[in-house]
Design a protein around this ligand. Structure first.
Ligand SMILES: Cc1cc2nc3c(=O)[nH]c(=O)nc-3n(C[C@H](O)[C@H](O)[C@H](O)COP(=O)(O)OP(=O)(O)OC[C@H]3O[C@@H](n4cnc5c(N)ncnc54)[C@H](O)[C@@H]3O)c2cc1C
Length: 387
């Protein structure tokens, strides 16, 4: 793996950084305070190719490699994790799932509109009784005449309250030996489908300007061709989707860590105590050194996973390692970034308290750190800690 960024990747980094600094950073605090979903930012990202990064140009994307996708995601995550979460779901979970599993007709129908930001997507796997145990799906999809009829509830679904389409996993066969068998993925046109409704989840600790909602399916009728991938392949669709989603979370966490370094270095050089800049104290330098080392390591793990993805290989182990390390590293960095400004870090006059609240979810969503460790253990040992 060549660690030197190509001239094109360097240009993408500069472009994404400039966009984030000019369009996202100035409004991030107010959107966080007002729990406001920034539709206009997503629209502004479209002409720059940020909303369809790794999707091939023939489907309306920018046809970027996965290191470029990571660079964009890091830069957006450096500015605001809520925007990064919205983008990660749109690109990594919805667009790439449709790209990898959709029929040619589904790709033509949905991908250009998703890449143009005309429609927003969500990815609905989690249920009240199926979190870490994602295979334990109780949402049912029953074939009835020329339709599917769905009943069930999804919870903690990012973008669901603002989404036009949902990639949703449901059980189509209850007569299976294993829980992960008998599941099917569907594409639901949310606003056009009777029996589909959502309720926003309010007062989250962080990610306050990203939408998170419950989804209710009550005799929700879908056309027979709404399946994404074959009937019975839903678990595989979901897991390959998460390989991309987790990659994007990891890259976003590198962005949080970098933002923590940038804020901490600036503050530590300016703030004077005991007649010296606090940055000259060894214990402050210890925190900065830990942040920088963690961030460099996390970025390299993300690029390693990107390299595997660029070669078209299965990246489950590399992605879980990157997600586990980068999310824990971002949490450590954000905690120190609040410590360094002392009391000033404890109000939203400085962005570091938002970094800490936003980093907190990254070790939980798209598979907790515990689950990432069990995936890494399974890949290395060939032994499953869970079914
Ligand atoms: C803001 C936010 C956005 C989200 N967005 C989405 C989304 O877009 N789509 C979606 O489908 N889901 C989404 N989720 C759901 C998220 O993926 C789940 O919350 C997560 O997978 C954990 O599931 P759970 O909350 O049910 O916790 P549980 O599975 O109940 O876990 C509780 C605790 O037990 C631990 N645990 C569970 N099993 C084991 C085990 N075998 N060994 C050791 N420890 C274990 C966990 O690590 C955790 O600490 C989102 C969640 C949040 C908070």
């Amino acid at each position: 793996m060549d660690l030197e960024l190509t001239p094109e990747q360097k240009a993408i980094k500069e472009m994404a950084r400039r966009f984030a600094e000019e369009e996202i950073v100035p409004v991030a605090r107010d959107n966080d305070r007002n729990c406001r979903f920034p539709h206009e930012i997503i629209k502004k990202m479209v002409p720059m190719g940020l909303v369809g990064g790794p999707v091939p140009e023939k489907y309306g994307g920018a046809g970027l490699d996965f290191i470029s996708h990571a660079i964009i995601t890091e830069e957006i995550g450096r500015a605001c994790s809520s925007v990064r979460t919205t983008l990660s779901v749109q690109v990594s979970l919805v667009e790439l799932c449709i790209l990898n599993w959709g029929t040619e007709e589904q790709k033509q129908k949905y991908l250009p509109a998703l890449c143009r930001g005309e429609i927003i997507g969500c990815f609905a796997l989690t249920e009240p009784g199926a979190g870490s145990d994602a295979a334990n799906q109780s949402t049912r999809a029953v074939p009835t005449g020329d339709k599917w009829v769905l009943n069930g509830t999804k919870t903690w679904i990012s973008n669901a309250g603002v989404a036009d389409i949902a990639v949703l996993i449901a059980r189509t066969n209850t007569d299976t030996k294993e829980k992960h068998e008998g599941l099917t993925a569907f594409i639901i046109e949310c606003k056009k489908t009777k029996g589909y409704s959502t309720r926003d989840i309010e007062n989250k600790l962080g990610l306050r300007s990203s939408n998170t909602a419950e989804v209710f399916l009550e005799d929700c009728e879908l056309p027979k061709d709404a399946e994404l991938g074959a009937v019975g392949q839903g678990f595989k669709v979901a897991m390959t989707g998460l390989d991309n989603g987790r990659f994007s979370v990891a890259a976003g966490c590198v962005g949080i860590s970098q933002a923590c370094i940038d804020a901490s270095v600036k503050y530590a050089k300016q703030r004077v105590q005991f007649d010296r800049p606090i940055g000259s104290f060894q214990l402050i330098q210890d925190m900065i050194a830990r942040m920088v080392t963690d961030t460099e390591a996390a970025r390299l793990l993300v690029y390693k996973a990107a390299d595997v993805k660029n070669k078209g290989r299965r990246s489950t182990q590399e992605t879980s390692i990157a997600k586990f390390f980068a999310s824990e590293a971002a949490l450590r960095a954000a905690n120190m970034a609040v410590q360094i400004p002392g009391g000033y870090g404890y109000s939203d006059e400085f962005p570091v308290e938002r970094y800490l609240r936003d980093a907190r979810v990254a070790t939980i969503y798209e598979g907790t750190s515990e689950i990432q460790k069990l995936i890494i253990g399974r890949e290395v040992l060939g032994l499953r800690a869970f079914a």
